[in-house]
Design a protein around this ligand. Structure first.
Ligand SMILES: [Zn+2]
Length: 385
């Protein structure tokens, strides 16, 4: 297939100062699910199957590197109470744990499949999925197993919160997560994650759980510095985490540690939008040379959206990223956060994961928030939306 008459092509192949590698009047040749050739439309090779992009923009498929989509239940009432300032005390995350444990495998599978399809319609071609609402050996194992049926990017998050039944025995729960639960989950997972925050897991507990995960062959990632300053970022860098996610409250030492590391700072502006918390300081990170990704953190509590175009709009409007930076962070940045070099870039040999916009430029993603601008989506060269 030859996609031609592309008005603006974002390749993410850096060219001088242009990290987005933007080409005008471009074409892409796709063969066997991979990109075979990229260049000016006037120089494109002939192909019997040609798609005319009509002068519209094409970007790499979005890489959403952070979601919690193995769950059941609904917490719309909690959101409504939060937005209207009414006190609300119905148990938050523990409600989701109860509903998830009670759900059948088929229910969890159908909900995840529906989310994957919904995300694809919004341009997401790679979606990371975490567990973390099972919190028993049985429920975490089935969570990663079901997630692995629908995405290769599966994260074991037994260390999400200490479940109610271990409230008085957290040490025993940490032992369970780093021991039998990890052993059951590891065959189906690629990553291990810990929610390192006051009220969740301490830095020492995070070190212990991530070390056990690394020994079991998993790549570490971390939820850190979301609700206040803390050791999450430092531990993530120290453990060689692929990514530390949230990064809302950072010290100068945290920023310096990230800048000198391979750990990506993944910002999740949908959470701040949905909880009315202050946004992370993306400019401070980018200006310090930190690799920044943006992702949705889709989950039933703090942010129930899987719209990467919305994240781009929030990154531009609320975090002062340029549209080029935001689209890079939502594609190539997400790929780095997942340690993938075959996606997030439009170049020969990479996977043909492509989004055609119903717009002449990528700026429209932020300029026209909330408008369905995703015209066509290709994953491995096949049309998925
Ligand atoms: Zn999260």
């Amino acid at each position: 297939m030859l996609i031609t008459n592309i008005g603006e092509l974002t390749t993410n192949v850096a060219a001088g100062d242009d990290r987005s590698g933007t080409l005008k009047d471009a074409a892409i040749l796709v063969e066997d699910g991979l990109i075979a050739w990229v260049g000016p439309a006037a120089e494109a090779p002939q192909h019997p199957e040609t798609v005319d992009a009509g002068g519209h923009a094409v970007i790499p498929g979005f890489v959403d590197s952070h979601s919690h989509l193995i769950f059941a239940g609904d917490r719309a009432d909690e959101f409504e109470a939060r937005m209207t300032g009414e006190p609300y005390a119905a148990g938050g995350i523990r409600r989701t744990v109860t509903a998830t444990r009670a759900a059948s495998d088929d229910d969890l599978r159908a909900r995840l499949a529906s989310h994957v399809a919904e995300a694809a319609r919004q341009g997401t071609t790679t979606l990371e999925v975490k567990t973390g609402y099972g919190l028993t050996v049985h429920d975490e194992e089935r969570g990663v197993r079901i997630a692995a049926e629908l995405t290769p990017e599966v994260t074991f998050l037994g260390a999400h919160v200490v479940p109610a039944e271990y409230a008085d025995a957290r040490e025993k729960y940490v032992e369970l997560v780093a021991g039998p639960m990890l052993q059951a989950a590891a065959p189906h997972a690629k990553y291990i994650d810990v929610f390192c925050e006051r009220g969740a897991f301490t830095a020492d507990e995070a070190r212990r759980i991530l070390s056990a995960g690394i020994a079991a062959g998993l790549v570490p990632r971390m939820h850190g510095n979301q609700l206040g300053p803390g050791e999450g970022v430092q531990v993530a860098v120290e453990m060689g985490a692929a990514s530390v996610d949230h990064c809302t409250y950072l010290s100068d030492e945290d920023v310096a540690a990230l800048a000198g590391s391979e750990t990506v700072a993944t910002l999740l502006p949908g959470v701040e939008f949905s909880t009315r918390h202050p946004y992370p300081d993306a400019r401070r990170l980018i200006d310090a040379g930190v690799t920044v990704a943006i992702a949705c953190d889709c989950n039933p509590g703090s942010c129930y959206t899987n719209s990467m175009p919305l994240m781009v709009a929030l990154a531009v409007r609320e975090m002062r990223m340029t549209t080029a930076e935001a689209v890079w962070a939502a594609t190539a940045g997400g790929a780095r956060a997942l340690r993938r070099d075959d996606i997030g870039v439009i170049a020969p040999g990479k996977r043909a994961d492509l989004v055609m916009l119903d717009a002449p430029t990528r700026v429209h993603l932020a300029y026209r928030p909330g408008v369905p601008l995703i015209e066509r989506v290709y994953k491995d060269g096949a049309r998925v939306a």
